[in-house]
Design a protein around this ligand. Structure first.
Ligand SMILES: [Zn+2]
Length: 83
């Protein structure tokens, strides 16, 4: 009895998770932004890395910025003290 090999050939493309978003992406010369999944992820990750190297402090969350803006708006719209 013969056992046919159903294994895929060893030439299958190696896939690695994108360091930025985790999407499995082909790690080959076909992918110019390997090991990232796309140019966007690559530039975003480099941007994050670059800003981290300049600023150790964490960037404020979008929610924080929104809250700040709301507070500014509120103080601007607040009725002035009557005398
Ligand atoms: Zn990605």
């Amino acid at each position: 009895m013969t056992t046919p090999s159903t294994k895929p050939s060893s030439t299958t493309q190696r896939k690695v998770p994108c360091p930025h978003c985790g999407t499995l992406t082909v790690y080959s010369t076909d992918n110019p932004w390997r090991p990232f999944c796309s140019e966007r992820c690559k530039s975003l990750d480099f941007g994050a890395w670059a800003s981290e190297s300049y600023r150790v402090q964490a960037r404020p969350d979008a929610a924080d910025i929104e809250a700040m803006e709301q507070e500014l708006e509120r103080s601007a719209q607040a009725p002035k003290q009557r005398h």
